[in-house]
Design a protein. Sequence first.
Lengths: 266, 116
Amino acid sequence: MSPYPDHPLVRAYLDELDGLLRGLGPQERAEIVGGVREHLDGLLPEVGAASDAEVRAALAELGPAAAVAEEAYAGWPATSPVASAPVVVAPVPVSSRPWLPWTVAGLLVLAALFVLGAMGGATGSGSAEVGPVVDAGTGRPADGGTVLVSGPVFDAGSVVATALAAAVTAFPLWLPLVVLVGTTGLWRLREKVMLVALVPLAPLVVAAVAIVAVAVLGQRAAGPGGAVGLAGGVLLVLVVTVVMVRRALRRADALASRLVAQPRLS
Amino acid sequence: MVPGDDSKLSHLRRGVLEYCVLALLAGRDRYGLELARELTRDGVLMSGEGTLYPLLARLRKAGWVTTSWQESSEGPPRRYYALTQAGSVALSEFRPAWKQFKDAVDTALATSGDLG
């Protein structure tokens, strides 16, 4: 194609340039090397007749291959601030790394178990109180035993109070959770509010289910209602935890990979 | 030329040389070697001729110039560069900007007194 690849100096120059331009797109790379080759074709028109001195002079006028490559990587004016400015990589903040969602998940599950356990105990003892079947007509126990309770046995107020008390006892676990969730950048505000509210909210959900069950189905439903409420509370905590941790881990991963995805050409 | 001048000049050239190429192409289409000869004539605009080719590749990528092969009476066909409409617009926008820039630099230098 070109008469010059035969001259070792020209071949060495073009090979060096081609190698230095590896970081470019194939079209741009071929275009630049082709342009330089034609330039030499034009300067040294007679096949085989160019002396070493002529070739050296032509190559000297071109300048070092490294300088040509540097210009190629320097970029277009409109994009050069990005391409040529040193890439300042801010490290991912400690609070946005994967350990945080895992820790929050651990705290969340522990706190929820703690609170719901306390609730379970409360509703369990509540159902025990309801245990003796009371004859509605006489107000006396059907089995003739002592009347333990009269009137509404399942007291909504006390159930809510138990729920709140359970939430308060979880405070030592809840506090670090609030701090971690508050400082991280891995969750959005709405997600943070949900995570922080989950521990106080879960026992209230349990209580609400039990109260509704009793209101609709009567005293006998207090036990099963509490159990259903507990199961619902556990499920709620687990689902929210899994969803939130997965989101946070995905974001942490994206943050970390953005730092290595930045190409450095020159 | 004093050593060090070239690095100063290469900073000054950045963002300007492209428009010099566009201006050279505004009159007529030219091939690489021809452009290189024009630009290295005084050693100010360009030092190594090789740096022209990355610049031309960028101009083509930006759509400011196009290339076409034309037969040459002396040797193989040559790749000719031509100004596009977009390149013409870019050049016409650069002209007043450059005048403003040049005047501002001249004014700033003049206020410090003629020490050169």
